[in-house]
Design a protein around this ligand. Structure first.
Ligand SMILES: C[S@@+](CC[C@H](N)C(=O)[O-])C[C@H]1O[C@@H](n2cnc3c(N)ncnc32)[C@H](O)[C@@H]1O
Length: 248
């Protein structure tokens, strides 16, 4: 019996296999590219952390800083700005590792005080304990300020109870709370409630500026506070820096 190969079928099977191989190759290349990008991002964070640890000269390393906390590249920016500008009074929204970094920079300056608003009593206490562990309690006050209704213009928000803050103006402000789990534009009220208490020349740092919600906040602030010059810094989570230029 004579066997004649079905060339059409063989060609079809070969074509399908080739297509699968090409698709798998493309997928693999994409995944490899993503992996390379993520390794480059993580390397940048390790480098930032090494630079930060050197700047801080602490007796013990900083606590782990991925996830909820500010990323090492932002912490380095905060440390550099505090060491360079030597602020007298610093305000923070959302306590954590940034609190340790800011307080330590003030201690190294030998002047200034940090006021850190924290809505969650548990995290407020944890941050106080951390400050004590690092010998920084004299340089920072953790203010437990629960979120209260705040109506700003036509909008309803929940924001820190600002009545808990002492009187006086600030030279540097770090906004890393309340968390977005508290609702949309959760960080917007910082502008209408506290930008008036910043000295001319003050800097404001808004973390997570890569997120759509913070970009909306930036747009609102740009319209409502023209005396602040805005600049975006391409960090891990995105950073918006506002520079208070002068009166409206
Ligand atoms: C973005 S975090 C602030 C992080 C802080 N600036 C830092 O550098 O660590 C905003 C809020 O999340 C809450 N938070 C902090 N750590 C948390 C954790 N591990 N899990 C859940 N919420 C946390 C705290 O109430 C904090 O004010």
């Amino acid at each position: 019996m004579h066997f004649s190969p079905n060339w059409e079928l063989i060609a079809a099977v070969f074509s399908v296999q080739l297509l699968f191989a090409l698709a798998a190759g493309a997928l693999l290349r994409r995944r490899l590219k993503r992996l390379e990008m993520s390794m480059a991002r993580e390397t940048a964070q390790i480098e930032a952390l090494l630079a930060l640890e050197k700047m801080m000269q602490l007796a013990q390393p900083l606590p782990p800083s991925r996830g909820w906390s500010a990323s090492p590249d932002l912490l380095r920016e905060l440390a550099e700005a505090t060491l360079r500008r030597r602020p007298q009074s610093v305000l923070e929204c959302g306590a954590g590792i940034s609190t340790i970094v800011l307080a330590r920079a003030l201690q190294r300056n030998g002047k200034g005080h940090l006021y850190s608003l924290e809505h969650d009593a548990r995290f407020a206490e944890q941050s106080r304990q951390r400050l004590a562990e690092y010998g920084l309690s004299d340089w920072a006050s953790i203010i437990h300020a629960p979120l209260v209704p705040a109506s700003v213009g036509s909008r309803q928000h929940r924001w820190y109870d600002a009545s808990k803050l002492p009187a006086g103006n600030f030279d540097l402000m770090v906004i890393d709370g309340p968390p977005t789990t508290q609702g949309q534009l959760s960080r917007y009220p910082a502008g209408p409630i506290l930008f008036g208490r910043l000295n001319v020349g003050a800097l404001v740092f808004l973390d997570d500026a890569r997120r759509a919600d913070e970009q909306k906040v930036a747009g609102l602030w740009q319209r409502e506070f023209p005396e602040f010059q805005q600049r975006y810094v391409k960090l891990d989570k995105g950073l918006l820096v506002l520079d208070k230029m002068g009166a409206k």
